[in-house]
Design a binder for this molecule. Sequence first.
Ligand code: DP6
Length: 321
Amino acid sequence: WILMTTAQTPTNIAVIKYWGKRDENLILPINDSISVTLDPEHLCTTTTVAVSPSFDRDRMWLNKKEISLSSDRYQRCLREIRSRANDFEDEKKGIKITKKDWENLHVHIDSYNNFPTAAGLASSAAGFACFVFSLARLMNVKEDLGKLSAIARQGSGSACRSLYGGFVKWNMGKNDDGSDSVAVQLADEKHWDDLVIIIAVVSSRQKETSSTTGMRETVETSKLIQHRAKDNRRLVSELHLIFLILILARVQSFRIIGCVEKWNSAEGSPQAAYTFDAGPNAVLIARNRKVAALLLQRLLFHFPPHPDTDLDSYVIGDKSI
Ligand code: DP6
């Protein structure tokens, strides 16, 4: 027999960023962060997990290519989920799995991103959230989303926020074991439902520096990061500072910022905001659909996607789940 289940998890875009860890193994951050979860249509991971007595080891495929599950991050998530597995029975199919059986049964995991992997589009967030959620469903885990978020966090920090829709906060927590470092939903996907996010994909190539390495280097070398972690009120202004240094931005990224700034000041009030994760892609946030349409028109005029320029495509994401 074979038992399988499929889950889909969207990515999230942080507006108050997680950057820097106080514990590298458990992935515990040095500050709280807040994000918006996108509509799964354009930026999501779909994961199918299967279990069968005929599987001789755990295996995983990402975008159709087999990858190794040997890293600590995968192993920790698998262990945490397996240890919470419950009895399962499907009388019709004649399948009965006890809590104890799960320890010796192996899983096959097939994951697919509908957007460029590791290009600064938060693929690890959607990926690990879906990994944990689908395995938890398969193994009949009864924990709430908060607990699952603490497990997903150990795969990739930002993943803990992708288990909820809408606006989500990751509480950094204080405990050494990470038990209070969990995500909570601040407002669901119906709140501010005409918010639109446009991602200008300046480069869809693999990132040259991973977030993990980037934040480790910042914590080791930056004096500013300590101030940022301590003083939340200064977060927003510091974000500009830290992230414009870090984002590995390209000339095109700065041009896009200039275009948004110019438009905002011409209009006399902020129409759109911008943010970046650890890469050159500009994430533009429009306060409603009308503004988004005007912004996109402007972007397409000034920065049309073209194979010879630093602008690959635009990805539109509605906030929802
Ligand atoms: C810039 O969650 O990818 O997107 O925990 O090391 O896997 P690890 O890092 P990751 O970092 C995301 C950083 C960010 C900001 C954010 O999403 O808050």
